[in-house]
Design a binder for this molecule. Structure first.
Ligand code: FES
Length: 495
């Protein structure tokens, strides 16, 4: 029998199937759901056909039109595999912030691409440099996730001999995203600005990450990297050098440099903080004179890692929780049966369970049970609550040590900007109630994807602007602060 290959983007998986295999038969193994039971009415099983052909029956076409989908979309429940195909699975694309906020700029001619190369997600925007308007956006999962969710596992994978492969797949993935942008808007590209954490930059740039695997966790490769499209294996030209902007420190990358530019922290009279709650939590505190940055081991819990039923903000994830008439009421992405809990709901859950007296100030569950049911079959265990405490203590301790080092009080901070995809969905009051940020919720502001906003600003910036931020910014290692352990242990508690 004739066979075909199906490539699943952005999972990077390839499967072989028999001719005329219904997609519904193979995709459900990858966690794809068919909420309307394959009737073609909900549109939730939609897949984007990136390569190859899928025949469309008349009724399939009608359903696609009814759902208002463009020509490249197919409903998996109506599709059969009769060709080698590459599919982008809509249910895998999670809530990535593709920011469109405005900023000051000096108009230029041509087009640029701003890229936020995150540990988990990739976002690229095509920008008209004469207006700063976003013409098109592409998002994808970082294909390196198959080597592990956090930076430590990525570094380990490099040391285990996968460095070349990791460089290859990230360059190729971003190249594909840019091609898709250019398919939507066939223009000549003048500039490409990339930002990301230090590990992501080193891997993209084919640099050695070994120094970041052991004490003193220091790399000398803290500089801008420049490339030609050709050497990255991209099939299109870019007239100027492609620039990956410089990290600030070994674990504070150009995503935070971009965040400082986006918040204008380096220009303000009053002290301001920026907290990026991405896969790794980074903090910057400063004003127009001086900014201090540090990284914390806070992120993975907020992205579902190490939480028994933790998951990213995709279909089936509980995304927020409220207390209504003494009961927990969960909102589930996609209005389906809950499968797990994502970071924003984890914060809600802990704040509410503490308010209900179901966990005590040490984080212990106040009952004989070692788990608390949240909604449906989704629960939190004692270990999950402990993981949350580790994460919130890392942020709270980091913030306090940076303030102490600057000889200011936490209360001297005028604003605290929360960045990162997760940060945008978080309940600010609950952040304050858990003690992660020990300031009134009114001082905390959601800032969106500051890395991406900053990357766009960099498309319009000269070297002097970047140098100006870098010259006023320093990086400290929190663990080397003699008060770190005491503060960290203290911050594990709930008030
Ligand atoms: S499962 Fe509902 S449209 Fe396919």
């Amino acid at each position: 029998m004739k066979k075909h290959h199906i490539r699943l983007h952005p999972l990077g998986k390839e499967i072989q199937v028999n001719d005329q295999t219904p997609l519904i038969d193979v995709l459900h193994e990858f966690g794809i759901e068919f909420p309307c039971g394959g009737k073609g009415t909900c549109g939730k099983c939609k897949v984007k056909l990136l390569k190859g052909n899928i025949d469309i029956s008349e009724i399939h076409q009608q359903q696609i039109e009814k759902l208002g989908l463009s020509h490249e979309w197919r409903l998996a429940c109506y599709s059969q595999c009769t060709d080698d195909i590459t599919l982008e699975i809509d249910q895998f694309s999670h809530l990535i912030l593709a920011d469109e906020s405005e900023f000051d700029f000096i108009p230029q001619s041509g087009f640029g691409i701003a890229i936020d190369l995150g540990t988990t997600t990739l976002v690229a925007q095509l920008i008209d440099l004469s207006t700063s308007k976003v013409l098109a956006v592409e998002t994808a999962l970082n294909p390196q996730v198959k080597f592990g969710a956090d930076l430590i596992s990525r570094i380990s994978a490099c040391l285990d001999g996968h460095a070349t492969e990791m460089t290859r797949i990230i360059r190729s993935s971003i190249g594909t995203m840019l091609e898709l942008l250019l398919q939507k808007h066939p223009v000549e590209i003048n500039k490409v600005a990339l930002v990301g954490n230090t590990v992501m930059q080193l891997i993209f740039s084919d640099r050695d990450v070994t120094p970041l695997s052991a004490y003193p966790f220091h790399t000398d490769n803290l500089r801008s990297e420049f490339f030609d499209a050709k050497e990255l294996g991209w099939q299109f030209g870019v007239s100027q050098k492609i620039q990956f902007f410089p990290p600030i420190g070994s674990f504070v990358g150009s995503d935070i440099l971009a965040g400082i530019a986006a918040t204008g922290l380096h220009t303000k009279q009053a002290y301001t903080a920026l907290i990026d709650l991405g896969t790794n939590g980074e903090i910057a505190v400063g004003n127009k004179d001086h900014t201090l940055c540090a990284s914390t081991a806070a992120g993975p819990a907020f992205e579902g890692t190490n939480i028994s039923m933790g998951m990213r903000a995709t279909t089936g994830a509980i995304s927020s929780i409220n207390l209504t008439e003494g009961k927990l009421v969960a909102n589930v992405i996609g209005n389906v049966t809950p499968k797990g809990i994502c970071g924003s709901a984890l914060v809600d859950a802990v704040a509410i369970l503490r308010e209900m007296g179901l966990i005590d100030m040490f984080g212990s569950i106040v009952s004989e049970e070692d788990r608390i049911n949240i909604s449906g079959n989704v629960y939190l265990t004692q270990k999950d609550i402990h993981e949350f405490q580790l994460a919130k203590a890392a942020i709270a301790a980091g913030l306090e040590i940076l303030c102490n080092t600057l000889s200011i009080q936490l209360s001297d901070l005028q604003d605290i900007y929360i960045a990162g995809a997760f940060g945008n969905y978080i309940n600010l009051r609950n952040i304050a109630r858990t003690g992660m940020i020990e300031l009134p919720g009114e001082k905390i502001r959601k800032m969106g994807n500051t890395a991406l906003i900053g990357a766009k600003i960099f498309l319009f910036s000269d070297d002097e602007t970047i140098e100006n931020i870098l010259s006023k910014t320093s990086h400290i290692n929190l663990e080397q602060d003699p008060s770190f352990q005491d503060i960290y242990v203290d911050k594990m508690m709930f008030s």
